[in-house]
Structure formats: structure tokens, C-alpha cells
Design a protein around this ligand. Structure first.
Ligand code: ZN
Length: 471
């Protein structure tokens, strides 16, 4: 058997990432994400991993997002005995995300049981939690930090080096040097690939030229707005809303997006581009995530160091900012008079404290709801982004009279031009194979065409479970 790669998730879809490097001596797994989607079928896919976990020699976590880290506890439960390698920031964020998931699974389960008890005839599948808090704690002991650009032998004949992927704090592309039969083959797994000029993060870095490059393709058929416009547009929205005496309400994911928004507001405020309005972050998860961001300045880009290093504060702490902790403090925001900015989760406005803030502010035309992330179909966030005249919050109808502003530029994934520009760094001669993963059929096909037009050879959209030999 030669060196092979294959995927048991995150091949033909964007959730459930599970990729493998396999040699006669070792089996290394890259990421162990949760599948997200329709209930029972997805649950069963997450419950039973389709390979022998005891055979996995080591695991590598490219970044902490749930679709890459969420099912690690099942890997450990099913017999994986090795170590999990990740950057120090990824380990901290993974702990937060996995604990949160254990909490959500337990409370969803309890809620479903209560409803069933009230109405025993009620049909519907009630999933058992896949893991609990203690499972996560046990799992965290398996992690071993590996810094960017440090090299470590993680399994017999397999060296790993991380390069910054510029996607979220701590995110990495994994560069493998795989020695087998006296020949060393080099393989890169991009992980989720970020973009140039994202707030806080360094631009994606290039590992040395490999024999095979396994690249994500989430937005393989899309182009994003220019990230450099974002500061200006956000400044305008905040200033205009404040001038009307209104509030800016921002639904945002707790990890990543909230900190990017805070960073932008901090800069705008330092540069005098917005009036000194009070800013509130109202999400327990976001405040924990923000303190993790503060603890990892080694992940910041030069601009962030320059902008904030000088005045000895952190990017996520400034005079007008209040981090809300208790439910009481959160409720007090309802009585707040005058202009303010409220950032709260969940990002798609499906649950969490953001619902209260939307309910209290959606009918006042002085206010603005700022959409800064992807809103999936059938979510409250999507209905607001679509500017429906009336929306339901907690079962009650409300008129959408606040203004709605959409900022599309915040995506953390490279679009197809950005992926092509990134790949242009590599020599077409030396890079023999490109495999596309982490994308649906259409984006993958489109990206394959873009890369072939740019002169790359052997671009293969990877199929689930199919083995590819690395020559
Ligand atoms: Zn990601």
C-alpha cells in the first residue's frame, strides 16, 4: 500500500469534515466535525463513525469551528487512543465550542422529553446527547499544542507543520511530510481558507509547495464584496442611526464575528469616525470567546498589533464597551434610552438573547438591524434580511419598521478568485495534484474549472470514501 488520502465527511458537503492520510505505518485523521442538517439521518451519521477509530494513530484539528471539531468526543468514545494536535488558540476555542455543544445537547434533550411527557402521542425522534461535559473534559486532556511553523513527528514517518490559514483565530493549514519506502511525499490540507485583509487575522500563509494540495471549496462559485469597504459602511450606519437617536442591533456569531465587529467599532471610534455611543456585547458565549481572543495576541496581524499595541489596551476592550454578564443586566438594556450598539447571539437570530433585543427594537424606525453574516433559509435572521413586513418573535407578530442594512463582506472563507490567487503562489510543475473537498457539487465543479483555466493540472473534486493514491 502506498500513501493514500480520503474523506469520511466534508468531501461533498461543508459539514462533518473528516479527512485521512494513510500509509502502511500510520493513519492520521484531519478534523472530526459534526454533520449538521436534517435531524434523524444526521444524528445517525454523527453517532456511528464509519471507520475503526482504534486504528487512527493521531488526529489534527485545523480549527475550532463546530463542523471541524464537533464530533471529536465520539472519536475518543469509539476507541481513538492518540493525541490531537492543534494550535494553542484552537485548543482554547474548541474547549468553549464543545462545552457549549454538550450544554445545548443536554438542554434540547431535556426539553424534548418534557414535551413528550406533556403529550405522549407526540411523534418525533428524540436524540440522546452524543456527549456530555465530562466527555469534553476528558477529550481536552488529549490535545497537544503545536505552534505555527513548528514541526513535529505525530505518527511513524509523518511530520506535521501548521501554517496560518487566516480563517478564524488559531486556524491552520496542515503541511504533512510523509516518508514511506525511502520517499517523502508532501501533502497540504488547506483547512478552511480565509481571506486577505480580514480584521484581526493574518492573511493566509503558504506552506511549501506540496505534491498534493487538498483545498476547501465552500465558495467555489461565489465572489464576496470587498472587505476594505466594510469599515466605511459600518461607520456610516452607526453615525446615521445615532443621529436619529436610534440603536444599532447586530445579531452575530459569538466566536469570531463578534470580535471582528468589536475590532471595527474600536478602530472607528479611535479614529473619530463614529460618535461615542455605548456598545454592549450581550452573549455569555461571546464574552468568553472575547477573552480567548485577548489571550492570543500571537495570532494577530501586523495592523492589529500596530493599531492597539501602542496604547497598551486590547482590541476588544475600550471605554464605551460593556460586556453584559447577567440576565438582569441584559434585561436592563430594554430600558436604555438614546443611541447604542447591541451585539448579541445567535448569529442567525434563532435563539439566545438577541431575540429579546430584536423584539424590543424592531418596530422603531429610528433603529437599524445590521446583518453581518450568512442567514440560512427559514431563520428569523433571513426573514429580517429579506425585509419581510412582519416577523414572528417568541410566537408573536411584530412589524419590521427598523431599517435593515446588510454587510456581505465579512465572510471568513476565500471566494473562487481568492482561492485562485492563493494557489497562484505555487508552481504548476511541482504541484502535481489538487483535490477539492468541503464543498457542494456546483461550487466544486466551478472551482475546478477556474483552477484548470489558471493552468493547474489534475484538479479532482473528491468523492466521499474514495481513496486517492499520492504518487
Ligand atoms: Zn471554519
Amino acid at each position: 500500500m502506498a500513501t493514500e488520502i480520503y474523506s469520511w465527511g466534508g468531501a461533498e458537503e461543508v459539514t462533518g469534515s473528516k479527512h485521512f492520510v494513510h500509509t502502511p505505518r500510520a493513519l492520521v485523521q484531519i478534523d472530526c466535525g459534526m454533520f449538521q442538517g436534517r435531524r434523524q439521518e444526521t444524528y445517525e451519521k454523527n453517532l456511528s463513525l464509519p471507520y475503526d477509530c482504534e486504528e487512527v494513530s493521531a488526529c489534527v484539528l485545523t480549527h475550532a469551528h463546530f463542523d471541524h471539531s464537533g464530533n471529536l468526543p465520539s472519536l475518543a468514545r469509539d476507541g481513538f487512543k492518540g493525541k490531537i494536535y492543534a494550535t494553542p488558540a484552537t485548543i482554547d476555542i474548541a474547549r468553549l465550542i464543545l462545552h457549549d455543544s454538550a450544554h445545548i445537547q443536554a438542554s434540547d434533550h431535556a426539553y424534548a422529553l418534557r414535551r413528550k411527557r406533556k403529550n405522549p402521542k407526540r411523534k418525533g425522534f428524540i436524540p440522546e446527547p452524543l456527549y456530555d461535559f465530562e466527555d469534553v473534559d476528558r477529550l481536552m486532556d488529549r490535545f497537544e499544542p503545536l505552534r505555527y511553523r513548528e514541526t513535529k513527528e505525530i505518527a511513524p514517518g509523518i511530520l506535521l507543520t501548521f501554517y496560518d490559514a487566516g480563517h478564524i483565530l488559531g486556524s491552520a493549514s496542515a503541511y504533512f511530510e510523509v516518508e514511506e519506502g525511502g520517499i517523502t511525499r508532501k501533502i497540504v490540507f488547506s483547512g478552511d481558507l480565509g481571506r486577505k485583509n480580514l480584521p484581526i487575522l493574518r492573511d493566509p500563509q503558504h506552506p511549501p509547495v506540496p505534491d498534493a494540495f487538498v483545498c476547501e471549496s465552500t465558495y467555489g462559485n461565489r465572489l464576496h464584496d470587498d472587505i476594505q469597504q466594510v469599515d466605511r459602511e459600518m461607520g456610516e450606519v452607526i453615525s446615521e442611526t445615532a443621529a436619529r437617536g436610534g440603536k444599532v442591533i447586530i445579531p452575530a456569531f459569538a466566536v469570531g464575528r463578534t470580535q471582528e465587529i468589536l475590532y471595527c467599532i474600536h478602530l472607528l471610534s479611535d479614529r473619530g469616525k463614529i460618535p461615542p455611543v455605548p456598545v454592549f456585547v450581550d452573549s455569555p458565549m461571546a464574552s468568553k470567546a472575547t477573552s480567548i481572543f485577548t489571550r492570543h495576541p500571537e495570532c494577530y496581524d501586523q495592523e492589529t498589533r500596530d493599531a492597539f499595541g501602542a496604547h497598551a489596551t486590547n482590541p476588544f476592550g475600550f471605554e464605551q464597551l460593556t460586556i453584559i454578564r447577567t440576565v438582569e443586566e441584559s434585561k436592563n438594556l430594554n430600558n436604555l434610552d438614546g443611541p447604542a450598539i447591541i451585539i448579541s447571539a445567535s448569529g442567525m437570530a434563532e435563539s439566545g438573547r438577541i431575540l429579546h433585543h430584536l423584539m424590543n427594537n424592531i418596530e422603531d424606525p429610528r433603529n437599524t438591524i445590521l446583518v453581518v453574516g450568512y442567514m440560512a433559509q427559514h431563520t428569523l435572521g433571513r426573514r429580517i434580511a429579506d425585509r419581510n413586513e412582519k416577523v414572528k418573535i417568541f410566537g408573536e407578530e411584530h412589524r419590521l419598521r427598523a431599517r435593515v442594512k446588510i454587510l456581505n463582506a465579512f465572510s471568513a472563507h476565500a471566494d473562487y478568485n481568492e482561492i485562485r490567487d492563493y494557489m497562484n503562489h505555487y508552481s504548476r510543475k511541482e504541484l502535481r495534484d489538487i483535490f477539492l473537498v468541503h464543498g457542494e457539487l456546483e461550487p466544486k465543479k466551478h472551482l475546478a474549472g477556474v483552477l484548470e483555466d489558471a493552468g493547474f493540472r489534475n484538479v479532482t473534486p473528491a468523492r466521499l470514501g474514495e481513496r486517492y493514491r499520492i504518487e
